[in-house]
Structures are given as C-alpha cells and as structure tokens.
Design a protein around this ligand. Structure first.
Ligand code: FNR
Length: 383
C-alpha cells in the first residue's frame, strides 16, 4: 500500500472499506451532480500569485472561528449517519478535532447523541440543528445543546426537503439498516467496519430517537427528513431561534447576498456559504462562485464561513483569499473516517495543516488574517 499523501488517497481507501450504500451516501450529490462537480472544479480554477524571498519563518495559521480558538481556519462540518460509516464515528471525529485544536460540529442526524459526544470528549463542540415540524422537540434539542455547553448553534437552512440522490435510492439505504443479503455480505467481507458499527451504541439517529419511535420505524434515508423537516420555516423562525439561543448563532446554507443580508438582520453571528456539498439544489452555483458577491454584500457585518469542495489546504487558502474566515470540511473528513477511523481523520487534518502551511510560505503569507485577493493570480477571473 503506497503512503497516503492526499485526501483523494483516503477516498480510494474508503470506497474499499465501507459498504457501497454508505460510500454512495457520502460521495454522491443530488440529481446530475452538476453542483457537486462545480464546487471542486471552480475552486481548482483559482490560481495563486507565487511570491519569493519573503521571510515567513514566524508565520501563524491560528485563528478564531465564531469566537472559538482554532489551530487553523478549518472546522469539521456536520454530517448525518456518521456512526454507521464507522462505529462511534461522531465521537472519533470529535476526538480527532479536539487533538488538532479545531471545532467539531455534531449533526442533528448523527447516530451518537449530543450527550454521548459530551461525555466522550472534553473540548466544546458545535451543534447543528434541523428544525423539525414538532417545534417543542426542536426547542428541546436546543436546550440539550445548551445543557451540553455547546458554544455555537448552526442552523441549517437549505434543507426544507431533501434533494434526490440517485445513489441512495438505487442502493436502498435505510436507517436503521435493513438485514438484506447485501448487508450480510458487507458484514462478512468488511469485518472491521461491521464489528465497529455493531460495537457502536446505536444504529439509528440518536438525537431524534424518541421522536422517531412515535413516527416511523424503518425508513428510506431521504424519506423521513422530507416528511419531518419543517417546510414552513422562515425568517421569523430564525428570529425565534435567535431569542431562544444565548450562544453564537450560525446560519448554514446561504448562497445568495439577499439571504446573507437577512441573516445579518436577525442577528446571526456568522453564516456558512454552502450548497450542502452539492446535495440539494442541483444547478445552484458552486459555493466559491457565490462567495465574492456575499462577501461584498455583508463581509464587513458578519463572519463568513465557507464549505463545498474543500479537499486541501490550498482550497482553504482560496476561500480565505475571497473573504471567508474559515472552511468547513464535509466529505474530506468522512473519507478519512471511513478509511481509517480516528487515525484517518487525524491524517486528513494533518494534510490540511501541512498544505496550508506550505501554501502560506509559497505565497509569502505571514498571517491568515491579512489574506485577501492580492494573493490570487488574475483575481478578476475568480469572480
Ligand atoms: C452532509 N451535510 C450536512 N449538513 C448539515 O447541516 N447536516 C447534516 O446532517 C449533513 N449531513 C451530511 C452528510 C454527508 C454524507 C455529507 C457529505 C454532507 C453537508 C455538510 O455539512 C457540508 O455542507 C458539505 O459536506 C460540504 O461539502 P464537501 O466538503 O462535502 O464538499
């Protein structure tokens, strides 16, 4: 096995190590995947200005993200079903983030609960909220995040219903997993994965287990969220959450400057410029294409985080140059987790740190707080 030198290597390994249905869930996007592909492709088009003979020996990539100290401008994005991708996957991810000194964000649709992650880790973690139709349940979830001392609540606003992902339908992904010949085959042929998942505490969405019991048993992975996420959600509800939540509030899934301006108006502390990793509105612009317009509209009034297609430290630098304060990484950390558990996530974070460090040196950057379009070559081409 050649050494792992980049996130793509971990993706290759992940494909081999977890069942096809789970790899499909992680890797795919909605419909024709045009937005999924554009996220990475448009980032890759951005070129740096190479600078020489700059003493960068005292450089630093330490920063703060939504008031939290971070060893580099990277946070782990919330992802659903992670404890099925690896047993206790959320806890492994939170531990790796803690060791690397960066924030970890737990999804509403995680397998481990808020409380599981709280007792298994010591660093504060962020909680991502999907607002369910049952507002009392949503309010209770916010209270649980508060009780777990989460400093940041990330409300995801781009999923009033779930964009169709062909792979999940074709692979028959259900939660909890159904006992099929295919699943039995996966358990037999991928024992490290199977044993880990069986050892994990749960096989279904931990945070909403109580709610699930009343509503449904086995379900298609997409079906349930489409039925139970609140499609009536609007800006007044965001103001309601703002009033309920005393900590930092982040709105995730902003892709339009008008929505970014509304986020400022309701008093959000930050936004994540995101198209859900190309898993929702297929045909939406790549996040890096949308970013400059949003930065122009609200960049001086709210902190802007970024995600979508970020697979390397170079990509982080690209987003920073266009005005983001930091990046969330989704698939990148899941590939590491699927391939090698906590050690795989640690490898991903180490790759990002080293790539970012080298990019700082080669662009003559001492301090990430002063990174701007000046480090880009032909910056006009990036808009
Ligand atoms: C996600 N994403 C996501 N977002 C969210 O707010 N709550 C969630 O439960 C999930 N679940 C989820 C599962 C999987 C498998 C993926 C790949 C993504 C979106 C995620 O937080 C982030 O916005 C994207 O993953 C960013 O794009 P990249 O880094 O994957 O290209």
């Amino acid at each position: 096995m050649p050494p792992i030198t980049c996130v793509a290597d971990l993706r290759t390994l992940a494909r081999r190590r977890i069942p096809r249905a789970l790899f499909g869930y992680v890797d795919s996007g909605s419909y024709d995947e045009t937005t999924l592909r554009a996220n990475a492709a448009e980032l890759a088009r951005i070129r740096f200005r190479q600078r020489v003979l700059v003493d960068t020996s005292g450089r630093s990539m330490a920063t703060t993200l939504v008031g939290q100290t971070a060893a580099m401008p990277v946070a782990i994005a919330p992802t659903g079903l992670t404890g099925l991708i690896r047993g206790d996957g959320e806890i492994l991810g939170a531990r790796a983030a803690e060791k690397a000194g960066i924030p970890f964000c737990l999804s509403t649709m995680s397998i481990a609960t808020i409380e599981d992650v709280r007792v298994a880790t010591t660093a504060p973690f962020w909680f991502q909220l999907y607002v369910l139709r049952d507002r009392d349940f949503s309010r209770a979830m916010i209270e649980r995040a508060r009780a777990a001392e989460c400093p940041v609540l990330v409300v995801t606003v781009d999923l009033p219903t779930r964009g169709q992902r062909h792979a999940d339908l074709k692979n028959g992904l259900t939660v909890p997993p159904r006992l099929t010949w295919r699943n039995a085959f996966d358990l037999a042929t991928k024992p490290a994965w199977g044993l880990g998942v069986l050892r994990g505490k749960r096989m279904t969405f931990g945070n909403i287990e109580a709610y699930l019991k009343d509503k449904v048993g086995l379900m298609g992975a997409g079906e349930w969220s489409s039925n139970h996420f609140d499609q009536t959600l609007d800006w007044d509800d965001m103001a309601w959450i703002r009033d309920l939540w005393p900590g930092k509030l982040v709105l995730k899934g902003i892709l339009d400057p008008a929505d970014a301006a509304q986020a400022v108006r309701i008093g959000a502390d930050a936004i994540v410029v995101s198209n859900h990793g190309g898993r929702q509105l297929d045909g939406a612009p790549a996040t890096v294409t949308a970013l400059p317009e949003i930065v122009r509209a609200v960049g001086d009034r709210i902190e802007i985080l970024f995600d979508g297609g970020v697979r390397s430290g170079q990509d982080v630098m690209r987003a920073l140059a266009l005005g983001a304060r930091g990046c969330l990484i989704g698939r990148a950390w899941l590939y590491g987790l699927a391939a090698k558990g906590e050690a795989g996530v640690a490898t991903v974070l180490d790759l990002f740190r080293r790539e970012l460090d080298i990019t700082m040196m080669l662009t003559g950057t001492m301090d990430l707080s002063c990174v701007c379009r000046d480090i880009l070559y032909e910056p006009a081409a990036a808009t």
